[in-house]
Design a protein around this ligand. Structure first.
Ligand code: NAP
Ligand code: G4F
Length: 342
């Protein structure tokens, strides 16, 4: 059985990747941070096996800020593959905590690579690089050869991680690759990223749980795909003969405004009546336009996105509408109980 370690397994991508690897028969080890509250909601369905079959998913405590924990888990597992998905991944927040973001999203990668190298492991390494690297873009669409121009502490940290991954490949012959992934979303997307914030907000408005949705810059454009498609691309990158770097994208771009308009319209609402501007969601430097060219991944990996933009919007709205209705039912029930007690 191949063995894989996933950092960031509790995040959006980590949960989809764990599902994919388990379905392929991998033994999966997930690195989790100690948290004062439960943070495994996205993967609970994977390790709570009602049939008591052999456990294929194990969680171990560790932190990308803690080299010892990384070396320990590598020594214990001696994995065939490591997927480094762990990060402080929020661009806006990275302006508030730039140093921490550098430690986790940048230095975390070299801590892992160095632990693999020092233990002489033959482990294949995937680095979660980002279209944020293109930042103030030098060409449209962006591809593997497009120059980088990071626009945030997050992107600067990811630039370091990108180059250190390339460096360990060139310097030590390690099978270390960068997946330069454009934005990818899902019903499991963190609620403070813009797509999920919109689908959560609009569905809560629809059922009467909130009145307004406060947002920042609606004019920026993103190439949005479905996270489930993208983890398949990550896996394919580690199955090739030669290590290489790949862009994964959809080749379509849409503005935040367009996303909001579509989501609200699908609920028979007009976004203009509900979306309000709040400057606190603006970034000190913005990435205005991302549009990816995934031709290399298509040719060399046979990878293509399957879920369309409209399909993604529908998937997210449908899932969040279910959540909003459950939340509303609970709120109504609590109100009835409260009235009964008066
Ligand atoms: P996410 O949902 O924010 O998940 C981030 C994961 O990193 C979580 O599991 C988090 O754990 C973990 N983490 C945070 N700090 C850590 C630390 N100090 N040590 C160990 N783990 C830590 O991100 P995502 O959307 O799944 O993205 C996965 C990766 O791809 C990230 O590296 C992101 O930067 C990159 N990326 C994402 C996109 C995208 O559009 N989604 C595009 C390009 C690149 P907790 O649950 O404990 O917080
Ligand atoms: O959803 P976002 O926060 O994603 P962003 O900044 O593009 O970063 C995401 O994708 C990257 C890949 O390109 C990843 F590397 C990164 O880890 C992360 O997953 O914001 C998208 C756009 C921005 O232009 C932002 O200014 O939406 C705009 N926006 C407008 N109002 C907002 C809001 N973003 C957020 N999060 N919240 C708002 O209220």
């Amino acid at each position: 059985m191949p063995k894989a370690i996933i950092t960031g397994i509790t995040g959006q991508d980590g949960s989809y990747l764990a599902e994919l690897l388990l379905s392929k028969g991998y033994d999966v080890w997930g690195l989790v941070r100690r948290s004062s509250s439960f943070n495994t909601a996205r993967i609970d369905h994977l390790y709570q096996d009602p049939h008591h079959r052999e456990v294929k998913l194990r969680l171990v405590y560790g932190d990308l800020n803690d080299s010892t924990s990384l070396a320990n888990v590598l020594e214990e597992v001696k994995p065939d593959e490591v997927y480094n998905l762990g990060a402080q991944s929020h661009v806006r927040v990275s302006f508030d905590i730039p140093e921490y973001t550098g430690e986790i999203s940048g230095m975390g990668s070299v801590r892992l690579l160095e632990a693999i190298r020092r233990q002489n492991l033959k482990t294949r390494f995937y680095q979660a690089s980002s279209s944020e690297l293109f930042g103030k873009v030098h060409e449209v669409p962006q591809k593997e050869t497009t120059p980088f121009h990071p626009r945030s502490p997050y992107a600067a940290a990811k630039a370091y991680a990108y180059y250190i991954t390339l460096n360990y490949r060139e310097a030590y012959g390690m099978f270390a690759v960068n997946g330069i992934l454009f934005n990818h979303e899902s019903p499991r997307r963190g609620e403070t990223f813009v797509t999920r914030k919109i689908t959560r907000g609009a569905t809560r408005i629809k059922v009467g749980l909130q009145d307004k949705l406060y947002m920042g810059n609606l004019e920026s454009k993103r190439d949005w795909g479905f996270a489930g498609d993208y983890v398949e691309g990550m896996w394919r990158m580690l199955q090739t003969q030669e290590p290489d770097d790949f862009v994964l994208a959809t080749g379509e771009t849409h503005s935040v405004r367009e996303f909001a308009e579509k989501v609200f319209a699908s609920l028979d609402l007009d976004y203009k009546q509900y979306v309000e501007y709040d400057a606190k969601y603006e970034r000190p430097a913005e990435v205005d336009l991302l549009l990816g060219d995934y031709a290399k991944a298509k040719t060399k990996l046979g990878w293509e996105p399957k879920v369309s933009f409209d399909g993604l919007v529908k998937m997210m709205v449908d899932a969040d509408l279910v959540l909003a209705k459950e939340e509303k039912a609970l709120a109504d029930h609590k109100e009835l109980v409260r009235q009964g007690q008066q």
